[in-house]
Design a binder for this molecule. Structure first.
Ligand SMILES: Cc1ncc(COP(=O)(O)OP(=O)(O)O)c(N)n1
Ligand SMILES: Cc1nc(C(=O)O)sc1CCOP(=O)(O)O
Ligand SMILES: [Mg+2]
Length: 233
């Protein structure tokens, strides 16, 4: 559901004061890296992905990688994102995000507080929060100062197995409550994306659909164009 600029909705005070009501941009693509990469190859893959079509945000999500290697990857990938006008978020680690000078951080429920991350990163940074299938966690994240909330996993995924299984109405519920953007993640391929866009997702976040596309990451990004244009219900 979209909001008319002059429409008044009953928001809790903290939301009403923090978030402006108004125009919701069309749903955009949020590309998350594979958990392990070969840096030189991945830089080229990222360039190819961003050449495939509009990408709003990129998240570097490396697992079991030394801090220095994460920082090296940030250094190599930041200019690639900047050249393509793609926001760069780091997964899990607000301290490394601050050190690397990236645009923000994505924090799971066990990745530290939003307040601490805000102290490290500053007011202009983007802080996202995993909320699984929970309306309570999403409201809490909003109150704590997150810049977006992420719901997932909407479909089965081998990238990060999850027993949480939200359904599309949680996206519509969120968009009637808050102007804070919501992200849908987990097992999303172009053929499954339309119901999430129609329900109100502001971002569709994907890993395998881009990096494992048989025709390459550019084709993986391009394949989302039609689904992202699905009208909101
Ligand atoms: C956009 C987005 N949404 C959710 C997650 C998952 O974060 P988290 O629960 O901390 O799990 P890991 O990604 O750290 O395994 C995410 N990374 N990005
Ligand atoms: C990183 C991540 N977080 C999830 C969550 O549910 O919070 S699902 C997920 C992996 C998404 O990968 P793919 O697009 O390959 O299914
Ligand atoms: Mg995490």
């Amino acid at each position: 559901m979209s909001l008319d600029a002059d429409e008044t909705i009953p928001l809790p005070d903290e939301f009403a004061t923090r978030f402006d009501q108004g125009f919701r941009p069309p749903c955009q693509l949020y590309v998350v890296s594979p958990p392990a990469i070969v840096l030189a190859d991945f830089v080229e893959a990222a360039k190819a992905a961003f050449d495939g079509g509009p990408v709003a945000a990129f998240q570097l999500r490396l697992k079991d990688v030394a801090d220095d290697d994460v920082l090296r990857a940030c250094e190599a990938l930041l200019p690639v994102c900047a050249a393509a006008d793609v926001a760069f978020l780091l997964n899990d680690r607000a301290d490394l995000a601050a050190k690397a000078g990236v645009d923000g951080v994505h924090l799971g429920q066990s990745d530290g507080s939003i307040a601490e991350a805000r102290k490290l990163l500053g007011a202009g940074s983007t802080i996202g929060r995993t909320c699984h299938d929970s309306r309570h966690l999403a409201m809490e994240a909003g109150e704590q100062g997150a810049d977006y909330v992420a719901f997932g996993a909407f479909y089965d995924t081998t990238t990060k197995p999850s027993h949480y299984r939200p359904t599309p109405p949680i996206l519509g519920w969120w968009t009637t409550l808050s102007q804070l953007p919501c992200v849908a993640i987990g097992g999303i391929f172009p053929e499954y994306a339309a119901p999430l866009v129609a329900a109100g997702a502001d971002f569709i976040a994907v890993v395998r659909a881009v990096w494992d596309h048989p025709a390459g990451p550019g084709a993986g990004v391009a394949a989302f164009a039609e689904a992202l244009a699905t009208p909101r219900g």
